[in-house]
Design a protein around this ligand. Structure first.
Ligand code: ZN
Length: 229
């Protein structure tokens, strides 16, 4: 009887300890959720919901097979300048760019891109070598293309396209200057002002085509100008 009593007491103590552990785990997980640091919101709207730990169902994350070379952390603009990117709208030179990166756009969200104005149908070319990571139709961006750079560290985003060029498919290998599509006004662009919305962002470790840290493309081709807020 004493042994049973001892067992019961142990069980009670054990149960109590389990409750304490359960409470601690619950409290701990609650703390983790509240302090979890998520990457900044993507610089556009209407993308699939972000998946912090894995790609959304059905989303294939395309990557270069042998990414190289890998840029140093911390000085993205210098690295991108060293890559001598091609301006992605044919016939447009750096002197024609304006810095609209920090302008507010729909719902007060920062633009985090540049708009390169050009006539509808003007060829859009790949800024660098790399892979087509995603062809995506979005409400704000219209017909869009996401490209990964050869190091898998950066993504280039081309939006408001009128259409893609022939042969442009997800996973296609691009070379710098290759025709990828045509300037248009699909999505929320004004039909009277066709342009290429061009963004660059540094990818996170999971290389998700829809999210990253935005960088100002203007600074890749030009120094900060007086028109920059
Ligand atoms: Zn834009």
């Amino acid at each position: 009887m004493a042994a049973v009593s001892m067992l019961l007491r142990r069980a009670a103590l054990g149960g109590c300890a389990l409750l304490i552990i359960a409470a601690a785990v619950k409290f701990g997980s609650g703390m983790q959720t509240s302090t979890e640091v998520l990457p900044p919101a993507p610089p556009w709207q209407g993308q699939p919901a972000a998946q912090p730990s894995r790609p959304a169902p059905g989303v294939a994350v395309v990557q270069n097979d042998a990414p190289s070379p890998v840029p140093p952390a911390g000085d993205d603009i210098s690295w991108l300048r060293s890559r001598a990117l091609t301006l992605p709208v044919q016939g447009i030179g750096a002197s024609q760019l304006s810095d609209t990166y920090s302008q507010a756009r729909a719902a007060g969200a920062p633009h985090e891109a540049i708009d390169i104005m050009a006539a509808r149908g003007t060829p859009v070319v790949a800024a660098e070598d790399g892979l087509v990571a995603k062809l995506f139709l979005s409400k704000p961006g219209g017909i869009t293309l996401y490209q990964f750079d050869p190091s898998n560290q950066y993504a280039y985003y081309y939006a408001h396209l009128d259409r893609y060029a022939d042969g442009i498919v997800e996973g296609a290998r691009l070379h710098k200057g290759q025709l990828i599509g045509y300037v248009g006004s699909t999505g929320n662009a004004s039909p009277d002002a066709p342009h290429l919305h061009f963004a660059i962002f540094r990818l996170g470790p999971e290389r998700q085509w829809w999210r990253g840290t935005p960088l100002n493309p203007y600074l890749v081709w030009r120094d900060p100008g007086p028109d920059r807020p």
